[in-house]
Design a protein around this ligand. Structure first.
Ligand SMILES: [Zn+2]
Ligand SMILES: [Zn+2]
Length: 467
């Protein structure tokens, strides 16, 4: 008999992690970082207690976002040496993600240790370093979409496109125990059907057990055209008032989407007075990986050809990538006419913090929130209307206007989740809601119950089921 244990992203969005046990083997599905309040007082870099790195036989990652993949270097530091499977594009993205994470950790711990030294305290070791990252990268195996693979005795796998970011996958896992074979489908993060660059999520394959993400289980997004109009309104406002526009964005996915949207607006003559800065050394490398995997894009988009033919720079002339820290700091001296796209997407770290510190207190600044913000994080405080926030130990007044544009989301909204999951009306899977805040999960559960007479379970962290 096979067992599935919910170790993370259970009644929370981040920290995606599930343990699948079958035929005496252990497969770790996802190894994600907890972010924002999901850390619940624990160290963010801590594996779930049930994960013993030496006892895991294989790891599978659905996509490159750190809330799904970020603890792999820690797993490796603690002794994991077996293969890690992901799609080919994810395997190309992870080196960029992990090397950046290790370098952020190094500077963070250097700063902390300087403080500790001054206080006469012992120095702390970062949870992982660049050598752990290189060891982890050496374990990666890319599997193309659609290819059926045997991973371990009794456990097979196939990835299909989830349409969320480049390389993102819906994961199909076949479990051939002594009893009847069972099939587990994990939705991964499901894309928004309105996303311009990615294809729509692949149709749901047949499943006995379905794990469905529920980030936006309680709401629908505005459609993309309305969102673009709203975005255009923000740009016009900023043109009139003269302030800067800050867009916190993940370097993977959201940044490329924003370049695409801004390029479209510029081609339509709607970006006359702004200069766009992508303030992220990572984003350039990520954009190169995107260009390498053009075949995975949504070729139906009417602007696609023009977009890909000239490359990112021709699509949005005047686009400036700022790589060096000095270039980034120089942006803080610009008081109007700049659109700055910088990470992290949830304002939990990275260069966006400096820009927020230098601009939030100005009433001409506009902040455009385009993605999910974890509860307890700085981005969420801004969305919820905080009038003052603490950045680098300093209280900063929030005079800027904060706009939340849900239509740019890389996640499916409620209707999209429901229509994706209810494709098979006949022999229905056991349904488990994951990767969502509890309110979103309850709303989604209600909808499945009321409209489809389908009872969805909401597992708690640590819950285990027989598959
Ligand atoms: Zn994601
Ligand atoms: Zn996620």
């Amino acid at each position: 008999m096979a067992t599935l244990t919910f170790l993370g992203a259970a009644q929370q969005v981040t920290g995606s992690c599930y343990l699948v046990e079958c035929c005496g083997r252990k497969l770790l599905l996802e190894c994600g970082l907890r972010q924002g309040e999901d850390q619940r007082g624990r160290d963010e870099y801590q594996l779930p207690a049930q994960v013993q790195p030496h006892a895991i036989d294989a790891v599978v990652l659905s996509h490159a976002h750190l809330d799904h993949s970020g603890l792999l270097p820690l797993l490796v530091r603690q002794g994991y040496r077996n293969p890690v499977y992901a799609t080919e594009a994810t395997v190309d993205l992870l080196p960029i993600m992990y090397r950046d994470a290790a370098s952020l950790l190094r500077s963070d711990y250097e700063r902390r240790n300087r403080r500790r030294q001054r206080a006469g305290k012992e120095e702390l070791e970062p949870p992982f370093d660049s050598s752990d990252v290189e060891h982890a990268l050496a374990l990666l195996h890319g599997i193309p979409y659609g290819q059926h693979r045997n991973l371990l005795p009794g456990i097979d796998l196939r990835f299909v496109d989830a349409g969320h970011i480049l390389g993102s996958a819906i994961v199909e896992i076949w479990l051939h125990g002594e009893a009847q074979p069972r099939k587990l489908v994990f939705s991964g993060d499901l894309g928004n059907n309105c996303a311009p660059l990615m294809k729509d999520p692949a149709v749901l394959p047949e499943a006995d057990v379905l794990l469905l993400e529920s980030t936006y289980g309680d709401r629908n997004h505005r459609d993309l055209d309305k969102t673009l109009e709203e975005f255009n309104g923000v740009l016009e406002d900023a043109s009139r008032s003269g302030g800067n526009i800050l867009i916190p964005a993940f370097a993977v996915g959201r940044t490329q989407d924003m370049i695409y949207h801004l390029g479209r607006l510029q081609r339509e003559g709607r970006l006359p007075r702004h200069r766009v800065f992508i303030d992220s050394p990572m984003a350039i490398r990520v954009s190169e990986v995107y260009a390498k995997h053009q075949d995975l894009f949504n070729h139906d988009d009417p602007n696609f050809r023009a977009f890909m033919e000239g490359g990112w720079d021709n699509w949005l002339p005047g686009l400036t990538y700022t790589v060096l820290p000095e270039e980034s700091m120089a942006l803080n001296r610009i008081t109007e006419g700049a659109i700055v796209v910088a990470g992290s997407g949830m304002c939990s770290g990275g260069r966006i913090l400096h820009h927020l510190k230098h601009n939030l207190w100005r009433n001409k600044t506009q902040v455009v929130i385009t993605g999910y913000q974890a509860r307890g994080g700085l981005g969420r405080l801004l969305v919820d209307g905080a009038t003052s926030v603490r950045i680098f130990g300093e209280d900063i007044a929030v005079k800027a206007r904060i706009h939340t544009l849900g239509g740019f989301s890389a996640h499916a909204g409620q209707d999209q989740l429901v229509s994706w999951a209810t494709r098979h009306q006949g022999n229905r899977a056991k349904l488990f809601l994951v990767h969502g805040e509890i309110e979103a999960m309850l709303a989604l559960q209600d909808r499945f119950r009321n409209e489809h007479r389908w009872e969805a379970q909401i597992p708690a962290p640590g819950d285990a089921i027989s598959v």
